[in-house]
Design a protein around this ligand. Structure first.
Ligand code: CO6
Length: 464
């Protein structure tokens, strides 16, 4: 079974990323408008105790698992202080307070499932002016690159969200506004917040004192049980990546799969890679076999585009995806995740290698974001790095095909003259959605993939 994870209802992805969101009270929950038997006054009445809701964090997420609770009843909490850390199907998310006050009630414990729209904590807010709080950024990957300033009002249904992903500065909208107004590049501001987030205090200090040295360590999420094998049975709640795996793999079992295995002779590719390693090093790229597999798959997908398609929910249409966003099953400290390399059809092998290096690094640090984890159209799993010769992968819905490659092994094979020769053999196991993929198409695709790898020069002919 391939442990892959759905990003949206239909988007392949996995989670364990370290996107950080700060989700605030809807503005309207700061103020209760006096209602007098159907007669609405125009004078807002401050309500001191406010439920701090888990607002909609997008992508159709209805519930999240609480990984950490950072506050307890009676704590004094300041704006931007962490409230808790939760895990959705797609990301590990830190929720921070948008208000200062005293925590009156904590609604969840670690391990609980928190429901979107329900309170996380109740806060006794002093009569600070909540109206000063700037508007949220929308939950996108690159909030910094937005050219247009954010509106100043907080719509009641919109969460205040900041998302940190690969290489982007993590900061709340309020901090971004201060940076914008003072013409400060947030990347230059030493961050003291969790996961490298720039806090309001950081930017204010920066404006007052200029740059100072601050070290911040990114958090990594360990979702695997650490316990030693015990003689007695252990009952462990299903949490983290396993929860997602159950959902996505259960959904995938509804798809009738077929498998096809093939052998690939790797000798020439091994030579080619060895020859190119130096050039890759000069460019600070680690060139493994994966970029060749990924590019070969993309070139073969051009010939058999139905393998890069998706079947609509109502099974009435097939969407041939224009981009070859090739997912790579990745073993990370948090577990298996499947980020994808976008637009492989447009990338050189070296560019694919660079992207893979980047994703691997982010995966290692638990920092993969939604952008890298969603939108995949085809998946390759290299289980051979770990060991194993053949595999039975399960499609990564809504994709229709997945391949798993095993370890390269020296094996005896017949040469054309009948003599027995040593060859470096790698098996590739394809699984496909038999509702729209037939065996002949899979076989032809597999032949094309095999040919590109066995004769790497042939890739040059088809590469643009
Ligand atoms: N055989 C032998 N040696 C290999 C192979 C195979 N198949 N693949 C890579 N390598 C070599 C590779 O070339 C590197 O060698 P050097 O360049 O000489 O150092 C070395 O092994 C380590 O490679 P690395 O892992 O760093 O990079 P690579 O690009 O090959 O792989 C990765 C990247 C993200 C795919 C990999 O690190 C990884 O996480 N693989 C595990 C994926 C996984 O867990 N899959 C299981 C999913 S469940 O598929 C599944 C159906 C079921 C079983």
């Amino acid at each position: 079974m391939l442990r892959t994870f759905a990003a949206r209802r239909h988007t392949p992805c996995s989670l364990a990323s370290a996107s950080k969101l700060s989700v605030g009270l809807p503005k309207t929950s700061r103020l209760a408008f006096g209602v007098n038997r159907g007669f609405r006054t125009h004078h807002p009445v401050l309500e001191p105790i406010k439920p701090f809701l888990l607002t909609d964090i997008g992508e159709g997420i209805a519930e999240v698992e609480v990984l950490k609770v950072a506050v307890k009843e009676g704590d004094t909490i300041n704006e931007f202080d962490p409230v808790c850390e939760v895990q959705s199907d797609k990301a590990t998310v830190e929720i921070t307070s948008r208000f200062s006050g005293t925590v009156k009630k904590v609604h969840y414990n670690v391990g609980d499932i928190a429901i979107v729209g329900k309170p996380l904590i109740d806060i006794d807010t002093p009569d600070a002016d909540a109206e000063d709080i700037p508007a949220p950024d929308t939950p996108t990957e690159n909030t910094q690159s937005k050219a247009t300033p954010q509106p100043e009002a907080v719509p009641s249904s919109t969460p205040a969200v900041t998302v940190e992903t690969s290489g982007k500065v993590l900061a709340t909208p309020a901090v971004r506004r201060i940076a914008r107004e003072n013409n400060v590049d947030l990347a230059r501001v030493p961050a003291t917040g969790k996961g490298g987030r720039v806090l309001k205090g950081d930017i204010l200090r920066f404006l007052k004192e200029g740059p100072t040295e601050v070290s911040s360590q990114p958090d990594t999420l360990q979702s695997r049980p650490q316990s030693e094998a015990a003689a007695e049975d252990q009952v462990v709640p299903v949490r983290g990546l396993m929860r997602t795996m159950i959902k996505t793999m259960t959904a995938a079992t509804a798809v009738p799969h077929f498998g096809l295995d093939e052998e690939v002779e790797m000798d020439r590719l091994m030579e080619v890679r060895t020859g190119l390693k130096g050039m890759a090093q000069e460019r600070s790229v680690k060139l493994t076999f994966m970029p060749f597999f990924i590019k070969a798959a993309s070139l073969a997908l051009k010939q058999y585009p139905i393998l890069n398609s998706q079947l609509s929910n109502d099974q009435q249409t097939v969407v041939y995806k224009g981009a070859h966003n090739i997912g790579v099953a990745m073993d990370t400290p948090s577990g298996l995740i499947v980020p994808n390399i976008k637009d492989v059809q447009r990338l050189s092998i070296m560019e694919v290698a660079g992207e893979l290096n980047r994703l691997q690094q982010l995966g290692k640090e638990g920092k993969l974001g939604t952008q890298d984890l969603t939108g995949g159209t085809f998946t390759i799993s290299n289980i051979g790095v770990i060991g194993g010769t053949y595999a039975r992968p399960v499609v990564n819905l809504p994709e229709v095909c997945i391949g798993a490659v095993g370890s390269i092994r020296k094996m005896p094979r017949f040469a054309e003259d009948g003599s027995v020769v040593p060859r470096s053999i790698m098996c590739v196991s394809w699984s496909a959605d038999h509702r729209i993929i037939d065996g002949a198409t899979m076989g032809r695709f597999s032949n094309a993939f095999k040919r590109y790898l066995e004769d790497p020069n042939s890739m040059l002919v088809d590469m643009k």
